[in-house]
Design a protein around this ligand. Structure first.
Ligand SMILES: [Zn+2]
Length: 595
């Protein structure tokens, strides 16, 4: 056993000796090649702290001609720091010192690198410049009831005498803190004086820049809170149980400057919310809305909430007079029955509030409870070959849109307006469609003429001219024109009128002066220059039409019940009064609609 042990030991010695011999051969070879070791260290200055620092050494081996040898990290060198051999290039940063770093290639003939000095300096001895800035924060600090360490909100960058910039750890390093030039012991905002103050720090005999901040005590520093509606729900009329609102508010300080304050209580109809969006209006009546923050109350908004009602659906027979000069059925001038059916379906969807449902609707969008049915008989009682369609071949190819010829043609050829909603589909020379307003009997309604004269005769074409290009249109032209036929005005004020007012006599549609500057995509700027989302069929230039409102429906149903020369469908209506056709009065004009 003992002998075996000795042999094994000798064997190990031999193997190790062999390896060493081999390595010595490598080193001998390298020795012949390496003439210089060049050491560089990027970061040469460190600030005193309680950590250790591993230096990032960059080593190059050069031959006699100064060419770099591509040995990389395979050549192991000894690391000498302050004349003692170290296992790693780690230095202690706990006190000021200059560490001298060099590398040695451990061979019979030692090759030394250059020496690099690493400085460890106490910050207070190395400060050249202190730069104070706010860390992602508004320059206004609200004094909440809890504590707020101001130093957590600032960045301190120190430039040392060598020119390196250090971000100061505000917790670890000590410095003097000044507010309005007075040294203070607390770093908590809660102890700062109210109002606009300057904050600065000092260390190593240097003073930082002054940071302007505002300290706001919300219990005394808020001047006012303005509450308003968000753009996408800007409408003071609501439908109880159906409408939700988004609100916005702004807080103004004692200097009339807006500040951010995100702790608030929104009170709607006596219910408290800590959010601003998707606030339901459940009850009918005048609903007060207010925001309270730190005891300061905003203005009170009043929302007029109404209960939607279910009405009896009224049906209006409609006839499309398709006017062409010999074009084939299916051509733009001679639309096919399927195109007409599609248009009727779109019209009915618009009037039962199911059109473009995927888009945001008006706060007051309602089912109008008015629908349209294709007429099945002509005025003589003959069944129509195509429901709702009367094709007319004429000599005229194209009509002047607002010319006497078209006006006379439609007046002469309309079917009894007491029985049909007439729609003439014309080839016209401008991109307009139009409709005439009704005349009411025994009822006055703003914006519509009315009469008590039982012998009143119809002296204009009470119907619609639908441009033969306005089918399946994004603007929903037919729904819009039928709106005029039912006494709805455009929802805007005409540019030429100038004054911004409720020109459509519907309180729950927004009012604006229609100029290019008042349009902003699907949004408009209202009479108070506030943005709102346009969704009403009686507007245009938007891509978001899908709504008739509660107040517009009131007008439609007044027309249904009180208009002269109105087709009341199968229900017969409640006004059994059928006027007579008179002589055309060309001075009576339609509402022109450029689409
Ligand atoms: Zn119009």
């Amino acid at each position: 056993m003992k002998k075996k042990g000795i042999y094994s030991f000798l064997l190990v010695i031999l193997v190790v000796f062999g390896c060493v011999k081999e390595r010595e051969t490598e080193y001998s070879f390298l020795l012949r090649t390496v003439a210089e070791i060049r050491l560089s260290i990027e970061e040469k200055v460190f600030i005193v702290n309680d950590k250790k620092q591993t230096l990032d050494l960059v080593v190059k081996f050069l031959d006699e001609s100064g060419n770099e040898l591509a040995f990389g990290n395979t050549l192991k060198t000894e690391i000498w720091i302050n004349d003692s051999l170290r296992a790693s290039p780690e230095i202690d940063l706990s006190e000021e010192e200059i560490h001298k770093i060099k590398l040695v290639l451990p061979t019979a003939v030692e090759i030394l690198s250059n020496t690099v000095d690493i400085h460890v300096i106490a910050l207070e001895n190395a400060v050249d410049n202190i730069q104070l800035s706010l860390k992602n924060h508004e320059p206004v600090f609200i004094k909440y009831e809890d504590t707020l360490d101001f130093t957590a909100y600032i960045n301190v960058n120190i430039t040392d005498t060598i020119g390196n910039v250090h971000m100061l750890d505000t917790i670890q390093h000590d410095f003097d803190f000044f507010v309005d030039g007075q040294k203070i012991n607390s770093r908590e905002i809660i102890d700062f004086p109210n109002g606009r103050v300057t904050a600065s720090i000092a260390m190593g005999g240097k003073v930082s820049n002054m940071l302007d901040i505002e300290v706001l005590d919300p219990t005394s520093g808020i001047k006012r809170i303005d509450l308003g509606l968000a753009d996408d729900t800007r409408n003071f009329y609501a439908l109880a149980g159906k409408t939700s609102y988004n609100f916005e508010y702004s807080v103004w300080d004692f200097e009339d400057k807006e500040v951010n304050l995100d702790v608030f209580e929104l009170i709607v109809d006596g219910i408290s919310y800590n959010r601003l969006t998707n606030i339901p209006i459940d009850n009918p009546g005048e609903i007060p809305v207010q925001i309270v923050a730190y005891g300061t109350k905003s203005n009170v908004l009043t929302i007029y909430s109404r209960q939607d009602v279910a009405l009896q659906t009224e049906s209006i027979p409609i006839i499309f007079h398709i006017v062409h000069n010999g074009d084939q059925v299916g051509s733009p001038e001679n639309r096919s029955a399927s195109v007409i059916q599609n248009e009727l379906d779109r019209l009915n969807a618009a009037y039962d509030n199911s059109h473009n449902e995927q888009l945001t609707k008006s706060m007051n969008a309602v089912n109008s409870y008015i629908q349209f049915e294709l007429a099945d008989k002509d005025p003589d009682g003959n069944t129509l070959a195509e429901q709702g369609i009367h094709r007319m071949q004429v000599v005229t190819d194209k009509f002047a849109t607002f010319g006497a010829e078209a006006n006379t043609f439609m007046f002469d050829n309309m079917w009894d307006p007491n029985r049909y909603l007439n729609v003439f589909v014309l080839n016209v020379d401008e991109n307009f469609s139009f409709a005439f307003f009704p005349t009411l009997f025994d009822e006055s309604m703003p914006g519509v003429s009315s009469t008590m004269d039982e012998n009143f005769t119809l002296n204009y074409y009470y119907g619609i001219m639908l441009n033969n290009t306005h089918f399946n249109s994004a603007n929903s032209v037919l729904a819009h024109e039928v709106g005029h036929y039912l006494a709805l005005n455009h929802s805007w004020v005409d540019e030429s009128n100038g004054n911004c007012f409720n020109s459509d006599h519907a309180n729950d549609t927004q009012d604006y002066v229609n100029t290019p500057s008042s349009l902003d995509g699907d949004f408009r700027y209202d009479c108070e220059n506030k943005r709102f989302l346009s969704t009403n069929f009686m507007d245009y230039n938007s891509g978001n039409y899908n709504s008739f409102t509660y107040d517009q429906r009131e007008r439609m149903h007044t027309v249904y019940e009180h208009a002269l020369f109105f087709p009341r469908g199968s229900s017969g209506g409640r006004l059994a009064r059928y006027g007579k056709k008179g002589k055309l009065d060309p001075s009576i004009k339609p509402v022109r609609c450029r689409h």
